[in-house]
Write a protein that binds this ligand. Structure first.
Ligand code: SF4
Length: 250
């Protein structure tokens, strides 16, 4: 069964949510003039966000929004394929931010091939080099960034706000109150392309070594860093990109 058939389940007020998300985008662009970018995870939510930006005219403006991905160097082939498909679909050129090669060498020396599975500190170091530092480069000089975060993705994300202007750059999460079923209903309605891994039971997609398929009944993020079970919840399952620190949210 395809992911659309498995997951689509629109809320009764999905049309209202779409309208609210589009209003949020329009208001943010008017209120915070400057450079805006979408941080694209290449998962289902961010395909929806790209479509919303398209509908809101963000790619047509005099100052068009950028879209970027963090190419960690260890992404699935299916994930990389989606970049090309999205470029064609939206007539955009998604930028890729890579880890610094020298830091990758140092990481390999410090952590080694299996280190991320043996120590959480080593895993976080890898996320730092492959994701967080490239993210900081991607966000440098930006007025705002748009994410596909939803509140019900994990307990850690339960309190995200659609517009967070307590940080620089301003962070927009237009899908904050969307459900996973809403995401897939919207994908179906707009016939959007999506990551083929979703059809293979990967509801949440990250780097290849740290992502696996989930079984029926497992948590949405059970396939991410699954060996770090700790308390068995999804609370700990973050790479740090959206964990609040001082300054930017990374
Ligand atoms: S998700 Fe895994 S492979 Fe990717 S940066 Fe983090 S530890 Fe490294």
């Amino acid at each position: 069964m395809l992911a659309i058939q498995r997951y689509r389940s629109p809320s009764a007020d999905l049309k209202t949510k779409v309208a609210r998300s589009l209003s949020l985008l329009a208001e943010a662009r008017a209120r915070f003039e400057g450079a805006w970018t979408q941080a694209h995870s290449l998962g289902a939510e961010d395909v929806v966000v790209t479509q919303l930006l398209h509908m809101a005219g963000w790619f047509d403006a005099v100052n068009p929004a950028r879209v970027f991905v963090l190419n960690t160097g260890v992404l699935h082939a299916e994930t990389l394929t989606l970049v090309k498909v999205l470029n064609q679909r939206f007539s955009i050129e998604i930028e890729a931010f890579h880890p610094d090669p020298q830091q990758l060498v140092a990481l390999d020396l410090a952590v080694g091939g299996r280190g991320i599975f043996e120590s959480k500190a080593a895993r976080l170091t890898c996320c730092d080099v492959r994701k967080l530092l490239p993210l900081k480069r991607a966000l440098a000089g930006q007025t705002g960034w748009v994410t596909g975060l939803r509140r019900d993705q994990s307990l850690n994300r339960a309190d995200i706000t659609p517009l967070d202007d307590n940080q620089t750059p301003v962070k927009l999460s237009p899908l904050a109150d969307w459900t996973f079923g809403d995401v897939w209903a919207f994908i179906e309605t707009h016939q959007l392309p999506y990551n083929a891994l979703h059809d293979a039971f990967y509801p949440s997609i990250g780097c290849e070594p740290c992502t696996r398929a989930v079984s029926l009944g497992e948590d949405f993020r059970a396939g991410r860093w699954w060996w770090e079970t700790e308390d068995g919840t999804s609370v700990a399952k973050e790479c740090g990109l959206h964990v609040k620190t001082t300054g930017i949210s990374s």
